[in-house]
Ligand binder design. Structure first.
Ligand code: DX5
Ligand code: ZN
Length: 216
């Protein structure tokens, strides 16, 4: 499978959101990455259901929803109703992670688990065959436009080995500080999905940037 590109709507122009959604629709991108922040799990608040409604109305590609909220299990059905195709929760935010993963799948979505930079991939060992995606945070979550944390590289390699040895189908998604300079090396290490916010929406030519990220 060729790798996937998921532009993060967090860095879009919310005054012209429809235009940015149509831009992604017509681009080489694969998914919309949707960052939901509650101001508790992370020190920032992004957007919620009214914005997701607009996204769902116009987006012609799957919504990859990244919940940076405490107790994400409270909102699984609401995000399903809002149009999420893949729902990712943070391992640090869900006490009964196994139950949360099952509930996401029962509701008809794919299930992802995100890890903060300090969290060891070993904590995934007992759920790795249950999930569809692991989101490795390559910045501390909360804001777009931060610098890529280089230690993520070693984590990708170790996670890939774990996934292969367990016979898991989980994709590895890298989130934070991804750009056209580091994208090829991340794919070479084993990443399957690249999230890009600032690199895409801060670009003078976002369609070209997406194409570059896609066709390494
Ligand atoms: C960070 C978010 C990321 C972020 C990525 O908390 O989860 O998805 O928007 O943005 P860039 O690509 O600008 O680092
Ligand atoms: Zn994200």
């Amino acid at each position: 499978m060729s790798h996937l590109i998921a532009p993060s709507i967090l860095s879009a122009d919310f005054g012209n959101l429809r235009t940015d959604i149509e831009m992604i629709n017509s681009s080489a991108a694969d998914w919309f990455h949707v960052d939901i922040m509650d101001g508790v799990f992370v020190p920032n608040i992004s957007f919620g259901f009214p914005v997701m409604k607009v996204l769902k109305q116009h987006a012609k590609k799957p919504l990859d929803v990244h919940l940076m909220i405490v107790q994400p299990e409270r909102y699984i059905d609401t995000f399903k109703a809002a149009g999420a195709d893949l729902l990712t929760v943070h391992i640090e935010a869900s006490t009964h992670l196994h139950r949360t993963i099952q509930a996401i799948k029962v509701s008809g979505m794919k299930a992802g688990v995100a890890l903060n930079p300090h969290t060891s991939i070993q904590q995934l060992e007992d759920v790795i065959t249950d999930i569809d995606l692991v989101c490795l945070m390559s910045v501390n979550p909360g804001f777009g436009g931060q610098k890529f944390i280089e230690a993520t590289r070693n984590k990708i390699v170790r996670l890939k080995a774990m996934i292969q040895s367990c016979g898991s189908n989980a994709l590895i998604e890298i989130d934070g500080g991804v750009d056209t300079n580091n994208s090829a090396s991340l794919i070479a290490l084993g990443a399957d999905v690249l999230v890009a916010g600032n690199a895409v929406f801060g670009s003078e030519q976002p369609l070209t940037t997406i194409q570059q990220l896609k066709s390494l």
